[in-house]
Design a protein around this ligand. Sequence first.
Ligand SMILES: C[S@@+](CC[C@H](N)C(=O)[O-])C[C@H]1O[C@@H](n2cnc3c(N)ncnc32)[C@H](O)[C@@H]1O
Length: 448
Amino acid sequence: MTSHLQLSDDLLDRYNRPTPRYTSYPPAPHWGDAGPAHLIGALEKSTRPLSVYMHIPFCERLCLYCGCNVIINKDHSAADAYVARLIAEMDLLVAAHGHRVNQVHWGGGTPTYLDCRQITELFNALRTRFCLDDNAEVSIEIDPRVTTLEQLVTLRSAGFNRLSVGVQDFDPIVQQAVRRIQPFAMTSELIEQARSLNFDSINLDLIYGLPMQTLTSFERTLQQVLRLSPDRIAMFSYAHVPSLKHQQRSFEKDLPTESEKSDLFLMGLQTLTSHGYEHIGLDHFARPDDPLAIARATGSLHRNFQGYTTHAETDLIALGVSSISHVGNTYAQNYRELAPYNNAIDEKRLPVFRGYVMSADDEIRAAVIESVLCNRVVRKLDIQSAFSISFDDYFGFELDRLSEFQRDDLVEMDSREIRVTDVGRFFVRSIAQVFDAFAPAGVASKAV
Ligand SMILES: C[S@@+](CC[C@H](N)C(=O)[O-])C[C@H]1O[C@@H](n2cnc3c(N)ncnc32)[C@H](O)[C@@H]1O
């Protein structure tokens, strides 16, 4: 094994804080009672193309690490009714817009919980209600354990052109600990099938910080991942939230320490970048010719609820339980449980349970936070000309706070720019958080 970078305990202690992922600003816990009327109003005003997200919450089995909004049900009988409600939800929204769609994503849960007939029905419903661009990015999250060749063929012929494949870790001991048994051969076979069906792009999801993971075992997983040559790799930081996800307690004693976890990330970063992947930001990596890497290089990378994206000029509408729309300056989230979601749809109401309309200050801060996370640099002039403010006057307090980060070589600052250093990128969410007016000062916990 090669030797890898390490972060000092002192830096980890001081900067490894609980930080939002900033897929929105302000983060969702700060939203209030903006509701369906705000979402409809924002859609009526919107002239941008749309990105459409659909959430399929069902899984056949629970992976013990899972932090997502899922409903475990081996019996698929609820799927037809759910598909019907997604279509009804589209109809509630469709009346309010006439936009084209240039991006579609189905996430979960496990979207391939739907069988071929249901996939076709739902996708056809989407096609007939929206105007889908010929070159739209159409992607879906795939669990190799429950996805058949027949489903892949159905997805490809419906129009899906990107797959995001859940792996997490190939080590059998880790798989045992998180109760997700997925042999390497199963994943590699699915990827071969996807390639023969000409899917344009394949992403693999990994998680670092899982129970029983060691530097040696995770490096072996990464070498196996490299053999599969995905276009993109997401290497997520394991989110441990046992108060919300009780099943995560079962392996608590086998979790790596914070310092071991940061070593796993640094090793992963070094391994992937030394094999030709570019670090897009936070947890994302891509081949240099991938649109995400190109967008990063040209400064046109953006961030939304799906993470990093090349689609700047889209509004996001999201369907299904727990999903989040972002249209213009308005956020809206659907009920997180099935019963109130179903009730709202059956009563012909949009199932929004909370939302938020951004203020002028929120928009300025969102732009700065996005620039930190996407470009690892904030150019003061860009913000000044976009929002007609004096950066140094507006952010005097934040610049003061950043001087500590500067002393620790996490950022470099001059009269024109704030730049995140190489070491600083491990704490990039903490750097972004300095600009978050909703963040309580001095909270302590994890950034990587
Ligand atoms: C919404 S899940 C759906 C994936 C799909 N059901 C599967 O299992 O293959 C998408 C990704 O979220 C990530 N994820 C889930 N729980 C997580 C956690 N507690 N911490 C970090 N990442 C997590 C995993 O990498 C997973 O592939």
